[in-house]
Design a protein around this ligand. Structure first.
Ligand code: MSP
Length: 693
């Protein structure tokens, strides 16, 4: 079958142990922009996203939350879905790994691996990182996970193995023959080095917990969650289905053209996944593209670090397109990039409100004013000037450059190139002064005015068409204002200079990007503060979300200088104001509820070298095992603490003590004159992970 014009792109499927944040939104937005562009280029595009709902991590999170894994997964999966709807993500399918279609397909993949002789039974004894759901080769009990730094747990159980070791040479050959299979280059090199260092067989089932897809023919085991999860890329398009249409869908779309992922999961996608597919004799995806991390306050944005920002805080205040534009323009794709509210507002004001917003509203307002809203055409009455041709040539070059850069996933550079054109056209308008020409009498001046405004409007059309995948809502509005109808119907392959229809009627002209004023940052920070879980009860005091632009001054199209100083709000580094304590020093219940205290079980304890008072503890708090460094060595022998239940403050920001990261605080009374610590404890038996309130 000719698959020439199909394009199948996927996001990772997101774990449901954490609510969605901007990190998840980032990958999804990148895929959405690529998918929209491919559709505009005439590809039969299929865009898949979804949620990863099985495994020990989810099971534990559900237990901690006091619910069943299924209910827990239902509620978080619904949040992801609702967010993606709100963000206008154009996915074709949202798969959940708890759906029957997925379970059936994943089992089908298992059977194929087994039939081809790549699965055998064995016993695994070794270290496992529950957070990453990864086996850690070569680690000893108590060792941290090399990827996330959390303490690994010892697993000793009967399970099934996949003969990964049989695929090292085949994988290396595939990487060599398909240099674009892993991108960017740094990740490719990293994967090649990993495979060259030797591959061990991989345990692909677990038998000490239940939350997973049963292994066909041996339901005491559940499939290893990564084998389960990776297979979603095939099951979503019909693998294992008995339905004819689904089978055709699989033939049509598989293999995927792009698996877009964050760099931390490259090994699963570029080593394990292709090996599973080779073993099952299924075609391999064409590319695995790994992007960098979104950092907030200098470290990777993640739930466990407690430094997440929710997409809603930006989109409710500044709109979807602002977040999309910021992420794609500000971050060099493939590298890590920082997120901050003030950087978002600065980018918005300079590139959208000032540059594109100005170009659009001043050009269209003048066409309305001087030509009654009909697009003028360069008139042969007066000779064109070099400046006109310069814009035309630059626009033509920009189309080629933007296309190339975008298709190489260099989004920031593609946008930079389009905005260089915007800046040139704004400068052209300032130099050609159409507002002055309009005041002069005579046909020649009218003709000159027509040429200037046509040139500006045509350049605006070109930029709008190119920017649509990144700015779908705003580009659609500008397109309508240009009188061009529905932008999603435009065939991007046709884009070239000179297509603006002569005499075309403009739509209603309105500013698309009103300037953001100084309160915008605070509004976003406040929303973020109000959304933090512990503050959820505070809705009565919540400020209603303010729609994008409200309270901001719309641009003044015809008079505002295109390159005038931007009125970006000053950097507001301080976090949103914390609830102030009452004068008598009392705090509200809401403030108290912000502190998350949990019962933990000490699994390991030892003295910290060179520090008399400090102990390093590994504490199981139900959802995970935490490393905590506590100043209790004067009162407690480490060995006596193992197996003891303690109370830990679980939502403290991590800090380093003697070079060791401490993730939480042990609660203790300070007794006697010397303030000796006495650990908080319970008379009744309490489950691990139970919350104190
Ligand atoms: N469930 C696995 C993936 C299975 S795919 C078969 C998983 N889930 S996750 O919820 O942890 O999501 C990880 C992905 O979310 C990253 O690979 C990345 O795409 C995105 N991001 C999460 N946090 C991020 C940042 N701070 N920065 C950039 N992307 C981030 O891993």
């Amino acid at each position: 079958m000719d698959k020439g014009n199909k394009f199948y792109i996927t996001t990772p499927i997101y774990y449901v142990n954490a609510r969605p944040h901007i990190g998840h939104a980032y990958t999804t937005i990148v895929c959405d922009a690529v998918a929209r562009r491919k559709r505009m280029l005439g590809y039969d595009t299929y865009f898949l996203t979804g949620t990863d709902e099985h495994g020990q991590k989810i099971e534990r999170s559900a237990t901690t939350a006091g619910t069943t894994p299924q209910k827990f997964a239902d509620s978080v999966a619904a949040e992801f879905r609702a967010l993606f709807e709100k963000m206008g993500i154009s996915y074709n399918d949202f798969i959940r790994t708890t759906e029957p279609r997925h379970k059936q397909g994943a089992q089908e993949l298992w059977k194929r691996l087994q039939e081809k002789g790549f699965i055998y039974k064995g016993t695994y004894t070794g270290q496992y990182c529950v957070h990453d759901e990864a086996y850690i080769d070569g680690a000893k009990p108590g060792d941290p996970c090399p990827d996330c730094g959390r303490i690994t747990e010892t697993v000793s159980e009967e399970n099934y193995y996949f003969k990964l070791s049989a695929f090292a040479d085949k994988l290396l050959k595939h990487y060599q023959q398909n240099p674009d299979f892993i991108r960017p280059e740094t990740r490719r090199n990293e994967v090649i080095a990993f495979v060259k260092s030797g591959l061990r067989d991989l345990s692909v089932s677990r038998s000490t917990f239940k939350w997973g897809i049963p292994v066909p023919g041996d339901p005491k085991h559940v499939m290893y969650v990564w084998l389960d999860a990776l297979s979603n890329y095939c099951t979503a398009v019909g693998l294992g289905s008995k339905d004819k249409e689904e089978q055709q869908k699989f033939d049509r779309y598989w293999p995927a053209d792009v698996h877009m992922i964050g760099k931390e999961i490259i090994r699963f996608h570029a080593v394990y996944w292709p090996a599973f597919l080779m073993a099952a004799e299924l075609p391999l995806p064409r590319a695995v593209i790994a992007h960098g991390w979104l950092l907030f306050e200098e470290s990777k944005m993640s739930k466990s670090r407690g430094n997440i920002v929710r997409a809603e805080s930006v989109i409710d205040v500044m709109g979807n397109d602002t977040l999309r534009y910021f992420l794609l323009r500000e971050i060099a794709f493939g590298q890590d990039g920082s997120f901050s509210f003030d950087a978002v507002v600065q980018r918005y004001n300079s590139d959208l409100a000032n540059d594109l917003g100005n170009l659009s509203s001043r050009t269209l307002t003048m066409i309305n004013r001087y030509f009654g809203g009909s697009v003028p055409y360069p008139s042969p009455l007066v000779a064109k000037r070099d400046a006109d041709d310069t814009i035309r040539d630059q626009a033509q070059r920009t189309i080629a450059e933007f296309n190339q850069l975008f298709d190489e996933y260099q989004f920031n550079r593609a946008l930079e190139s389009a905005w260089t054109l915007v800046a040139s056209v704004n400068k052209y308008l300032v130099e050609q002064e159409p507002w002055i020409v309009s005041e002069k009498e005579g046909e020649e001046n009218k003709a000159r005015l027509a040429t200037i405004l046509y040139t500006a409007a045509e350049a605006l059309r070109v930029v709008t068409a190119l920017a649509y995948p990144v700015l779908p809502e705003s580009a659609a509005k500008i397109w309508l204002q240009l009188g061009l109808g529905d932008i999603t119907k435009f065939d991007l392959r046709e884009l070239k200079w000179g297509q603006l229809p002569l005499g075309g009627k403009l739509g209603k002209v309105e500013p698309v990007f009103p300037r953001a004023d100084k309160s915008t940052i605070e509004r976003m920070q406040q929303m973020e503060q109000e959304r933090k879980p512990a503050a959820a009860a505070q809705t009565s005091t919540a400020t209603a979300p303010v729609p994008a632009g409200e309270g901001a001054r719309p641009g003044q199209p015809a008079t505002q200088a295109a390159h005038g100083p931007t009125e970006a709000a000053p950097a507001a580094k301080a976090a949103a104001p914390a609830a102030a304590a009452a004068p008598d020093g009392k705090i509200s219940i809401d403030d108290f509820l912000k502190v998350e205290m949990r019962v933990g079980l000490v699994k390991h304890a030892e003295k910290v070298k060179g520090a008399d008072k400090l102990l390093r503890l590994e504490v199981d708090i139900g959802s995970e095992v935490r490393q905590v460094v506590a100043g209790i060595a004067v009162a407690y022998e480490p060995e006596k603490l193992i197996g003891r239940k303690v109370v830990i403050v679980a939502n403290l920001a991590p800090r380093k003590l003697r070079g060791l990261e401490s993730n939480g605080m042990i609660v203790a009374a300070s007794a006697g004159e010397d303030g000796k610590p006495v650990l908080a404890s319970f008379l009744e038996d309490v489950p691990i992970g139970a919350k104190l309130k």
